[in-house]
Design a protein around this ligand. Sequence first.
Ligand code: FE2
Ligand code: FE2
Length: 191
Amino acid sequence: MVAWNLSWSGSLVRHAQRRGLVPRPGINQRKTLIMKTLADAFEHTLQDIYYAENALTKALPKVSKAVSNKKLAKALDQHLSETKDQVKTLNKVFKSIGKKPSGEKCDAIDGLIKETDGIIKEAKGAALNAAVIGACQAVEHYEIARYGTLREWAKILDHAEAHDLLTSILDQEKAANSKLTNLAVSTVNGK
Ligand SMILES: [Fe+2]
Ligand SMILES: [Fe+2]
């Protein structure tokens, strides 16, 4: 591949890049961290969830505006405010391990947000409220999985402060998920 690229003149390569035939540096190419140790995996996963939480602070207002159930909208707004605090808590986690906060594109959360956008476009009334709860619970379960893993890794790596901070976020995600279950059972999942 390298030899093939080198055999092209600069203008040919640029032409091919414009047509999407070869990746443009910095646009289609993702800087990949090669993970070798548990510390690498911990940092990478932390960047992944940092990206996810930031993406959710942008996505949640649209979701709470779209639903018609007032209790659900309120629960989503409350979780938006928790999510903003979680970003601040993650900043502290990065600091506690001597790293600068940064995000790594997370395809999983992008997919879950895209799916929720689709529901908002395709559903109405009771179906919309119920389907939004389902989609938001998929996000909470994703977060619970990530924070469960991260806090255990933090413990193994002797990052006591990071372990406590990540546990506090994990508890919030579990509570948010339970709240959504209660809302679904008590009010939203009617006929
Ligand atoms: Fe979160
Ligand atoms: Fe959450």
